[in-house]
Design a protein around this ligand. Structure first.
Ligand SMILES: [Zn+2]
Length: 196
């Protein structure tokens, strides 16, 4: 699956004083919340330009940096009425582009689906589980068993299944109708090629 994240700036603020100026931008990139910060100080040492992603523990994890050595001399010395956007926006845009390139490598799914697939992985392979799905795995899974369906159930659970044929009442009915018991044939398809 290829993805191109919708990139939405949800907040941007600037501040300037005699000793520094700062641009702070919050961006939504698909499911990710990214913070881009560029800080220009009088001295080189406190300057920084970084893009960080919000983790599930609600902490900011640095993803890309732009060392001030590369832009300190290209930006103006701080003063209170400086045009912060003119000075720092190119750096913020560059960081936003780079962080997008990094994050696009992960497949964007709706958060609800991420939660369910994450739980399936954890249940099947442990809480620190990991599994590579190859194109062969995908071909095999599509060619064998029933169609994959994720069904929201009234008790809040989600049924992930390949155990039913396309026209089983469980898959085609609007409400919670059980399987009619004619689906055993699709459940017995052969072994996964990558497990051989
Ligand atoms: Zn069925």
């Amino acid at each position: 699956m290829t993805t191109s994240f919708p990139h939405t700036v949800v907040d941007e603020s600037i501040s300037a004083a005699d000793g520094y100026y700062t641009l702070l931008r919050i961006v939504h990139l698909g499911p990710h919340t990214v913070r881009v910060r560029v800080h220009r100080d009088v001295e080189l040492e406190p300057c920084f330009a970084a893009a960080e992603v919000l983790s599930s523990e609600m902490t900011w994890t640095p993803l890309v940096m732009h060392h001030p050595d590369h832009w300190f001399d290209r930006t103006a010395t701080p003063f209170r009425h400086i045009n912060v956007k003119a000075e720092l926006e190119p750096l913020a845009n560059d960081l936003t582009q780079r962080v997008t390139a990094v994050l696009v490598k992960t497949i964007a799914l709706p958060e609800h689906v991420m939660d369910v697939v994450g739980a399936l992985l954890a249940v099947a392979y442990g809480s620190a589980g990991e599994r590579v799905i190859t194109p062969d795995d995908v071909r095999w899974a599509k060619a064998n068993g029933g169609p994959f369906r994720a069904i929201d159930r009234q008790d809040g659970s989600v049924l992930l299944t390949k155990a039913h044929r396309y026209d089983c009442p469980l898959l085609v009915s609007e409400s919670d109708v059980p399987c009619d018991g004619k689906c055993q044939a699709v459940q017995t398809a052969g072994g996964n090629p990558s497990m051989n």
